[in-house]
Design a protein around this ligand. Structure first.
Ligand code: ADP
Ligand code: ZN
Length: 219
């Protein structure tokens, strides 16, 4: 991708969005900005904000828009986003956040928003099986666990079930996705930057689809 590419990955929880963002970020050498990772880091730091964020996340609810917009405003202001662009993972999640993103990135805006498309039932099954490295965020599943016990293949950290991957919180997140985030598909389509990619299949197959779409857009 040409330096300065600005990508948004959309997709239901369980669509493999985080995994694919990590891969794209390595492939194109562009910073991967994950709001979930930023929030989980605040939880680990044990700040007052982290404590509040944790309650919201554990219930599967959304952190208020003004808080998320403040976090992103600060993050997008850092130098690494200027030359190389960025890949946004987990932001925007509401129309209000998308409108704020448009203001923050004006006049150019973002180059492409890719919707990783996955049926809800498949997403639910994937989320129930999901495991994650507590240190680096690499995703595993009960069907495809780390090679050695519950130790991360990438960094040696502890691989765990996420605290917010209880069935109640998962169902709540999927419902909120339909209500709050799915409208962004039409939002980006109206702006002429939407692409849709099938999220079924192996991570490698999905990566192929993503890079071919991004490379096509770039030419
Ligand atoms: P998932 O894709 O499984 O929902 P994430 O790691 O992207 O997981 O986000 C975890 C939690 O962090 C969300 O359930 C939500 O509570 C909070 N969160 C992350 N991004 C946002 C956002 N843009 N707006 C509001 N809340 C967010
Ligand atoms: Zn790890």
């Amino acid at each position: 991708m040409n330096p300065g590419a600005r990508l948004v990955l959309l997709g239901r929880q369980g669509s493999g969005k985080g995994t694919q963002c990590t891969r794209l970020s390595r492939h194109y050498v562009v910073p991967h900005i994950s709001t979930g990772d930023i929030l989980r880091a605040a939880v680990r730091d044990g700040t007052e904000f982290g404590r509040r964020a944790r309650e919201i996340m554990d219930a599967g609810n959304l952190v208020p828009d003004d808080v998320m917009v403040g976090i992103m405003d600060e993050r997008l202001d850092r130098d690494d986003t200027r030359g190389r662009g960025f890949i946004l993972d987990g932001f925007p999640r509401t129309v209000a956040q998308a409108e704020a993103l448009e203001r923050m990135t004006a006049p150019r805006g973002i180059d492409v928003a890719i919707n990783l498309d996955l049926p809800r039932e498949v997403a639910l099954a994937r989320l129930i099986a999901r495991l994650i490295c507590a240190d680096c965020g690499t995703n595993y599943s009960t069907a495809d666990p780390p090679k050695y016990g519950m130790t991360c293949d990438v960094c040696g950290g502890d691989v765990v079930h996420r605290d917010d991957d209880t069935e109640a919180a998962i169902v709540r997140r999927l419902d909120l996705y339909e209500e709050e985030t799915a409208p962004l598909i039409a939002y980006f389509d109206e702006r002429g930057v939407l692409e849709t990619v099938d999220a079924m299949g192996t991570p490698d197959a999905v990566s192929e689809r993503l890079t071919s779409i991004i490379d096509k857009r770039r030419n």
